[in-house]
Ligand binder design. Structure first.
Ligand code: TXA
Ligand code: MG
Length: 351
């Protein structure tokens, strides 16, 4: 058991001592959970193989699943990546700092522990002021996967990190809830064509404005098919699995309400839009209005953890829009559901 420190940082300038402590722990090879605008990350010095190995141990993460490195300034990208195409800088001008991760060919200084043995590296420039202050103070790139135990929903509050990692890490920084709530968009510029590997708050529509053609990997909207290359090793693993069986219901509000009410039983919960709630006769968790994909993203992982706490057995989730940030919400939800999605629309079901 490690003696985990809790460091509260709301304002990195006013609380520069706590920023120093976090940075020093990282420089000495320690593990620190840090806030970002997407989810909390479990940080270690990305250039220190021993420190990075501990990330995998603390999370229980498969060793071949590479880590994202976090830097504060775009000028640093060339220290860790090579053959960087001009599109990378164009994307950074538009979307960095922010919830975008780009995969590039790696420089030799990135150890195989960080890259999962691949010849590429995933780079992200977070916008969260506390993350930026800690990275700048540490003066090293910070490798950070989401700060959850492997298989649990990603943490969007410091309490989630405490629940999963207390005693397993040197420190947890508490800067309040994350604004975005789902992990960054992952885009590869290391393949023949730009390819979206994981949707996030930077949408395919936005990326296409810069890149023109954008390939969306098959696993973004479904299960990784046998024989399809897992360009991103993370695609192979089951993710975000709550204890309950989650079933996604695709239909109108009326169809959803009718279906859920007729499947009422002990342990049944609804993960519903606000407009569905008033007529539901089962306990529910609200996750925003149907058109409000930003709110759905912000609340999804906390809602999945809450359902676990309530010991839900079966959860019926309303199907998100799959457009804009809705695609990221859908991508996380189908994994939480083990791809159990049902068409409940009368029209289509009766065909
Ligand atoms: O928002 C985020 O991206 C958060 C915060 C902490 O920054 N981090 C995060 O990391 O979600 P993680 O490790 O949970 O997810 C990283 C994903 C994994 O699916 C991994 O397989 C993929 O990115 N990845 C990392 N490096 C890669 C590489 N070189 N090639 C392909 N995929 C890579
Ligand atoms: Mg993760």
């Amino acid at each position: 058991m490690l003696d985990t420190k809790l460091l509260e940082i709301d304002d990195p300038e006013a609380q520069s001592d706590a920023v120093d402590q976090a940075a020093q722990l990282l420089c000495r090879g320690g593990l620190v959970a840090i806030p970002t605008e997407t989810v909390y990350g479990l940080g270690a010095n990305a250039l220190d193989p021993q420190a990075v190995k501990q990330i995998y141990e603390a999370k229980g993460r498969p060793q071949d699943n590479p880590l994202i490195i976090h830097i504060a300034d775009v000028e640093d990208a060339k220290k860790y990546a090579k053959d960087i195409p001009p599109e990378y800088y164009e994307l950074c001008r538009r979307f960095s700092p922010g919830p975008l991760t780009v995969i590039l060919k790696k420089q030799d200084c990135i150890p195989k522990e960080t890259s999962g043995g691949l010849d590429t590296v995933a780079i992200r420039i977070p916008s969260h002021p506390v993350a930026r202050a800690i990275i700048r103070r540490a003066q090293v790139p910070i490798a950070a996967p989401s700060a959850n135990l492997s298989g649990k929903p990603s943490p969007t509050t410091a309490q989630h990190c405490i629940d999963d990692l207390w005693g397993r890490v040197d420190a947890i920084v508490d800067s309040g809830p994350c604004s975005v709530g789902v992990e960054s968009t992952v885009l590869s510029l290391a393949e023949e064509k730009p390819i979206l590997l994981r949707p996030g708050a930077i949408t395919p529509e936005q990326l296409s404005e810069v890149l023109g053609e954008l390939v969306i990997h098959q696993a973004v909207t479904g299960e990784l098919k046998q024989g399809v290359k897992a360009v991103s090793p993370g695609m192979k693993y089951k993710h975000y699995s709550p204890k309950a069986q989650v079933t996604i219901l695709d239909g109108t509000s009326e169809e959803y309400i009718r279906y859920v009410n007729s499947h009422n039983a002990p342990g049944v919960y609804a993960l519903c839009f606000e407009e569905d709630a008033s007529e539901l006769r089962v306990p529910y968790i609200l996750w925003g209005r149907g058109e409000d994909d930003g709110v759905q993203a912000h609340r999804l992982f906390a809602a999945l953890r809450e359902l676990d706490e309530k010991e839900a057995v079966q959860v019926y989730a309303r199907c998100p829009s799959k457009k804009g940030v809705g695609l990221a919400v859908y991508n996380r939800l189908i994994r939480a559901a083990g791809f159990d999605e049902r068409e409940i629309s009368d029209e289509k079901a009766s065909r």
